[in-house]
Design a protein around this ligand. Structure first.
Ligand code: VGL
Ligand code: ZN
Length: 204
């Protein structure tokens, strides 16, 4: 049984200057780097996710004529889809890890949001829950049952990744100082923390 570090979407588009800016998102980098060093020194796996959308992705407001970022639309399969500016387009600079992140310390990368028709906030499943990303299998294969989590955004991908991890039976410790929220609605960050705590995460 081992612990792994999960770095969620620490990408340029979620940091100041990016397409879907999370306020002070870049401040998670030094926290993440400290954790990467600790885990590396202990020989523990460091897994990083990347939001990795094709052009024209269903979560982009630009793919829904007459709709704007911030609106929510209902997709043909019935799921509610929040619309965002175009972000983390595969192969663009915005999809790269945020400069300064110690990428040499990352042992495994999981990309999500590749399906043009389905979004994926969680590192484990897409939003329709029809497809898994392979992260659960990878962690099981490496005997990981405990996760330390930080990254972006606290009220979207971090939250849904932590809730899925707990539902899958992982123990989760969230490094709160290593996360920042989008806060589309004031208080979303705090509500996300409460939801993760209520579901069993240890919040540090
Ligand atoms: C995210 C919105 C859209 C995230 C990704 O990483 O939290 N949020 N795509
Ligand atoms: Zn996205």
């Amino acid at each position: 049984m081992t612990q792994a570090l999960l770095l969620v979407d620490i990408q340029a588009d979620f940091c100041p200057g990016g397409a879907l800016t999370v306020a002070r998102g870049d401040e998670v980098v030094p926290v993440a780097n400290g954790l990467i060093e600790d885990f590396g020194l202990n020989g523990l796996p460091v897994v990083a996710t990347q939001d990795w959308h094709p052009r024209g992705h269903v979560s982009f407001a630009s793919a829904h004529p007459g709709h704007a970022a911030g609106e929510v639309v209902t997709l043909p399969d019935g799921t509610a889809q929040a619309l965002w500016p175009d972000h983390c387009v595969q192969g663009t600079a915005g999809a790269d890890f945020q400069p300064g992140l110690n990428v040499a310390g990352i042992t495994h990368v999981v990309r999500k949001g590749l399906d043009p028709l389905t979004d994926s906030y969680s590192a484990f499943f897409d939003n329709s829950r029809a497809h898994a990303t392979g992260l659960d299998e990878w962690l099981r294969a490496h005997d990981v049952r405990e996760l330390a989590v930080c990254g972006l955004a606290q009220d979207y991908c971090v939250k849904f990744s932590v809730l899925d991890a707990l539902a899958l039976g992982y123990g989760v410790t969230l490094y709160r100082e290593g996360t920042r929220p989008v806060e589309a609605m004031p208080g979303d960050g705090e509500r996300a923390i409460e939801a993760m705590r209520d579901a069993g995460a240890v919040i540090l």
